[in-house]
Design a protein around this ligand. Sequence first.
Ligand SMILES: NC(=O)c1ccc[n+]([C@@H]2O[C@H](COP(=O)([O-])OP(=O)(O)OC[C@H]3O[C@@H](n4cnc5c(N)ncnc54)[C@H](O)[C@@H]3O)[C@@H](O)[C@H]2O)c1
Ligand SMILES: [Zn+2]
Ligand SMILES: [Zn+2]
Length: 378
Amino acid sequence: MSTTGQVIRCKAAVAWGPGRPLVIDDVEVAPPKAHEVRIKIVATSVCHTDWECLYGTRKGMKSRPFPLILGHEAAGVVESVGPEVTKFSPGDKVIPLFLPQCGECERCQSPKTNHCRRNWANTQMGVLADGTSRISCKGQQVFQFLGVSSFSQYTVVPDTSLAKIRSDAPLDKVCLLGCGVSTGYGAAVKTGKVEKNSVCAVFGLGAVGLAAVMGCQAAGAKRIIGVDINPDKFAKAVVFGATECVDPGDHSRPIQEVLAEMTGGGVDYALECVGSPAIMSAALESTIDAWGTCVIAGWTETEAMSVVVEKILMGRTLKGTYFGGWKSVQDVPNLVDDYMNNKLKLDEFITHTLLLDQINVAFDLLKSGKSIRTIISL
Ligand SMILES: NC(=O)c1ccc[n+]([C@@H]2O[C@H](COP(=O)([O-])OP(=O)(O)OC[C@H]3O[C@@H](n4cnc5c(N)ncnc54)[C@H](O)[C@@H]3O)[C@@H](O)[C@H]2O)c1
Ligand SMILES: [Zn+2]
Ligand SMILES: [Zn+2]
């Protein structure tokens, strides 16, 4: 029986408050409004940013209202489309996007940025264009994290926050392109523009960092130094192209001094994929003073990073990357193609596979450093 135009009742993992484990509840997902698409989420994974919003420095921030359905790294199938949707049809395979690409605004027209602001203020507050969410639970509105909410069997997203992908793409793999892998890979190849034969250091070897290692390798870097306080990550880093790995805990000196000595003055590119202001400063200072580039991919909202002016005066560049610099709607299908053509690894990021009702285990695995990515089947 067609569900088009009907409210869909399904399961979702609801965050009822900061610091509290998710609860599997029955939710109601309203039909899509104009320029919206309702999708059946087939697979999602847990990104560090989901953890951060629930348990980290961002928990309980005013801009993250509860109850909330987290999840923003996912893939699914279009169930129905709202009025005025022209680019999607039921049955299309899609990846929802926390970063839109409307294609019309000044930023979308510019090659200098991927940071489209369509619906931005609303989706940051957990609502869609009309200021409300499409999901409710027990009669109460449930906010949609970054306008996505993939920890629900169904969700509704703006049609400018959705990438249509090829029909033969395995959704339980390409879901990783919805955030972490695209971010890290793009941090190296797109934002950092890592050059052939360069020397790189990647701080933090979670999914974002490993993808950055993969990007450095794709760019032809001759040395890729993985840095992590958890040496269990090193074997995986080598799979993605790291030529050596360093545990800061093995050294009494600051890591930037260790890297400067290892490289005869500093690395050409440093990619911060931890989300710690102290590591961001260390990453910047680990680059060579005359031309080093530091790209910040890690995320923190509340803390400031300190930059000693002298450290950038000689010629270092400090950059940030959001979603790896990719223009989301147009570039994600190409990244899917790269995976299908064996130019980009995805399977190697997947360490666990669980069902939706085990989602709190996936959070624990990520935080304890035991997983890289856990795929949740819905
Ligand atoms: N910029 C973006 O668009 C974007 C997108 C996705 C994720 N992020 C951010 O990227 C970061 C990484 O995400 P992830 O999912 O890969 O996280 P993760 O938890 O899987 O990985 C983080 C890694 O950092 C390591 N680490 C922790 N402290 C360290 C230290 N002091 N020195 C070196 N390594 C250390 C951990 O051991 C772990 O391996 C997070 O801050 C996340 O919020 C940003
Ligand atoms: Zn735009
Ligand atoms: Zn993410």
